[in-house]
Design a protein around this ligand. Structure first.
Ligand code: AMP
Length: 108
């Protein structure tokens, strides 16, 4: 079984506040929010980081970025939002399962 926290969230082995799910991606709220609305979009496929993506992941990456606007609107951010993809230890990444942070609605 995967030891990855986000893989466990996708599998329902760790609870999360789910925003969205389909065959390719899963979205859920961050437990330590930086802004009033703060969720993450992750691929169901385990990819450690943006640095580990391959050409075959191009469509998946595009889908994750496109979904930011739909889900931001759904979660109450129709006028705009921040996206952050921390990449690698030097990039501040703590959880090594690719994720796009989507944040907005004012600082906490
Ligand atoms: P990063 O620094 O980009 O790797 O961010 C990882 C994020 O995952 C952090 O903002 C954490 O608060 C968040 N996080 C870690 N564990 C969980 C969890 N079980 N449920 C929700 N968010 C989590």
């Amino acid at each position: 079984m995967s030891e990855c926290v986000f893989c466990k969230i996708i599998a329902g082995q760790i609870p999360s506040k789910k925003v969205y799910e389909d065959n390719d991606i899963f979205a859920f709220y961050d437990i330590r929010p930086h802004m009033k609305v703060h969720f993450m979009i992750i691929p169901k496929k385990h990819i450690s980081s943006l640095m580990d993506c391959q050409v075959e992941d191009q469509a998946l990456l595009g889908k994750m970025m496109l979904m930011t606007s739909q889900l931001a609107k759904q979660e109450g951010l129709p006028d705009g939002y921040k996206t952050v993809v921390n990449t690698g230890k030097a990039g501040g990444q703590e959880v090594f399962h690719l994720h796009v942070h989507v944040m907005g609605g004012g600082s906490l």
